[in-house]
Each structure stands twice: as C-alpha cells, then as structure tokens.
Write a protein that binds this ligand. Structure first.
Ligand code: AMP
Length: 314
C-alpha cells in the first residue's frame, strides 16, 4: 500500500516524532499510539519518539505517557492516531509540529494533516498500525504486539462487532505469533472491579426500552459517586445494554461535573452517528458519542434514537 510507504518515508525524514491520539483514550487510542511508538523506537533507536496526552488512570496497565516540552515540537513530525476530528486531539501542540500525519479508521468528517491515511474498513487504528508494519516489513516487538492486540480487542469488543473482518483475524493471528503475555492481557481485558459489576446491575435495573428496541439510561453525578466510578470507567458498561435481546440501539447519558452530559451511543444495525453529529459529537455508524447540554436535549436525543429505529423497522 503506497500510503504506508509514504508515511515511512516521512518518519525517516524527522529526528523527533511525537505521537498523539484522542482525548478520553480507550484501548485502541492507546494501543495504536503507543504500539506505533514501540514499533518506531525498535527500528529507529536514534530518533526521539514520544507519546503525548493525558495519563488515563484506568489504562496505565497499557502504557504511560511521556513528558513533552514545547520545544520538542520544533521541526518535529506529529502523528495523530485514532482521532476523527481536530477538537478531539489530545494536546493541541500538534499544531506546532513541522509536519502532521493522520492515521484513523473513523469516517473522515474532518480532513486534517499534511498526510492522511483514513481506512474506515479497519476495525481499529491498531489494526492499521499492524498493517503499516507489515506493508513496510518492519518486525513488531513483543511490547508493540501486546499493545496493538489490546487495541484490536478493545475496538472490536473482542471480535464481536461487524467491523471485525477476515483481515482483522489475520492480523490478530500474526500478533499472537509474537511472544507476549496473551493470557494476562486477555484476563486484564475481561476483568471488572466489583463496583463496575454493581454499576452494571444499576444499568440493567434502570434501562428504559421502547417497543422498537431504543434504550436509554441516565447516570447522574450522584450515581457515579454512589458507585465510586469515574466518567472514564463507564466505558466498562457501555456494551452491557446490547446483550439484551430486545435492545437494538441505546444511549447512556453520563452527567459530567459541569452539568452537561456525555452521551455514549451504540447500535446493533441502524446507524446512529448522524444523531451524534447533530449533538456535538460523531463517531462510527454503530458506535458514537455526543454531548448534551440539558435534560431537554437528552429527551431530544432519545426521541431521535427512537425515530431512527422506527424508520428502520418500517
Ligand atoms: P465512546 O462512547 O466515547 O466510547 O465513543 C464511541 C465512538 O464515538 C468512538 O469511536 C469515538 O471516537 C466517537 N466519539 C465519542 N465522542 C465523540 C465526540 N464528542 N465527537 C466525535 N466523535 C466522538
């Protein structure tokens, strides 16, 4: 693939490479970012290669971020992984880099970067990084393989979602050939704390489902406090409503400290990303995120979700 070679040529040109990803990182954001860092560090030990962004406490078992000075950006290459739109890039200093590259698998709603590789047929940005290595015949270290595998597992719901392709399995299989603690990683990704298990119980108890399978639940600040969970930790229960047979699409409204709501939306078949786009968000057709600024807007989003399913049924 020509784009993979073009990206490698750019990487060769720069002494300093700073790798970014989206805010509120998930395993794919970190897997692609730090997996790429591990790959490049292995092959270009003479270069300064850093991963930048907020250190998400629930994901430090995957990787920790580097300290990056403003001066590091002078004449540097910035690579942004897994981030569809500029406002969601963690750390705005990418703008100060001499050259920027976007590597992403979300719909290309915001075209940015001096060079851009967007592949919506990829299950995950981590799959793309593994492909990049393969296309350029760059071997992956054990650490890179662990991170990329974790990213793929994260974004496919462990090979459950329709974005899981034959290529995803092929790449996962190739990563599995590399020696890393596969059992430990799998256990880590399948484990939840007792408080999350209880929050999941709350979600099942309070889920509202209409006759077409549109579901919603509200997690207020009080509930988050009661269960002692952070906004980031709600990631662990986002898929839970989908395990119910009658649920076709769902929205989890998570109240934020400033009073607005992060809306985590998922669907089994009917696309929901247009709804997310209308409410300060976006994402994949079947996995999107939005922001709501009032209880009325919450109602409106649920109404749109119900209508989308109604149209799909009819
Ligand atoms: P989440 O519910 O946060 O896991 O997000 C699900 C998907 O929607 C991810 O692929 C995100 O990249 C995307 N997404 C979430 N929030 C936003 C947003 N505010 N703007 C654009 N895309 C988003």
């Amino acid at each position: 693939m020509e784009i993979c070679q073009q990206i490698l040529e750019k990487i060769k040109e720069y002494d300093t490479i700073i790798i970014h990803r989206h805010m509120k990182p998930d395993p794919d954001a970190l897997g692609s970012q730090v997996g790429l860092k591990a790959l490049l560090t292995h092959h270009f030990p003479e270069k300064t290669i850093k991963a930048v962004g907020f250190n998400e406490p629930t994901l430090t078992w995957m990787a920790e971020m580097d300290t990056v000075q403003d001066s590091d950006y002078q004449g540097a290459l910035a690579i942004i992984c897994d981030t569809a739109n500029r406002p969601r890039i963690d750390d705005k200093r990418y703008e100060q880099a001499a050259f920027t590259i976007k590597i992403d698998h979300h719909p290309n709603d915001d075209i940015y970067g001096d060079l851009s590789w967007v592949d919506t047929s990829s299950s995950s940005a981590s799959e793309m990084i593994a492909l990049f290595a393969q296309e350029n015949q760059l071997t992956l270290s054990s650490e890179a393989a662990r991170l990329l595998y974790a990213g793929i597992v994260g974004d496919t719901g462990r090979f459950l979602y329709p974005s899981t392709s034959a290529r995803t399995f092929r790449i996962a299989s190739q990563l599995r050939e590399i020696d890393f603690d596969f059992a430990g990683l799998s256990r880590q990704m399948d484990t939840m704390s007792f408080k999350i298990a209880k929050l999941q119980g709350y979600v099942y108890d309070h889920l509202e489902v209409d006759e077409n399978g549109a579901a919603r639940v509200l997690l207020t600040q009080d509930i988050l406090k009661k269960y002692k969970v952070t906004d980031a930790e709600t990631a662990a229960i986002v898929g839970a409503p989908g395990r119910i047979d009658t649920v076709k699409a769902w929205a989890i409204f998570v109240e934020q400290a400033d009073g607005h709501f992060r809306v985590r939306m998922r669907s089994k078949i009917t696309p929901i990303n247009e709804i997310a786009k209308r409410h300060d968000g976006g994402g994949h057709p079947l996995a999107s995120g939005a922001n709501s600024y009032s209880l009325e807007e919450n109602e409106q989003i649920y109404k749109e979700l119900k209508e989308a399913l109604q149209i799909h049924q009819g």
